[in-house]
Design a protein around this ligand. Structure first.
Ligand SMILES: [Zn+2]
Length: 127
């Protein structure tokens, strides 16, 4: 496993290269495309690294002008493609997050817009 300093530095480099600021450190991650900043927990583990990449994916990744599930999947797709390492625990973090959004969407409304059957979303979520 790459050491944590390298993971932290990778997030800093990605932010610098893409003119994205780390707005503030907070428990739940969030991202502002317009403001070009992300709010993340300090990168101190594979999980916080994965979540930081995911938040960057909300600015730099695909499908961000589409409905929520697509956005979340796009941000994770970008995270997996840009990580210097993608470990089992990072994969688990992604699956947990995507599945919780899927569950939430399915409970929520009569008119749920799930990604189409051949959408990459379903590959990411592993079904
Ligand atoms: Zn997200």
């Amino acid at each position: 496993m790459t050491d944590l300093a390298a993971l932290r530095e990778h997030i800093e480099i990605l932010c610098a290269q893409n003119s994205i600021r780390i707005g503030r450190h907070s428990r739940g991650g969030s991202a502002s495309r317009r403001g070009r900043f992300i709010n993340i927990r300090p990168v101190k583990s594979a999980i916080t690294y994965a979540v930081a990449l995911h938040e960057l994916g909300h600015i730099l990744g695909p499908w961000q002008s589409q409905p929520r599930l697509y956005k979340e999947a796009g941000a994770w797709k970008w995270a997996t493609e840009n990580a210097i390492v993608w470990s089992a625990v990072m994969q688990k973090t992604m699956l947990k997050s995507l599945n919780s959004y899927l569950l939430w969407q399915r409970r929520r409304a009569k008119y749920v817009r799930l990604p189409e059957a051949d959408h990459e979303f379903w590959q990411l979520i592993g079904s």
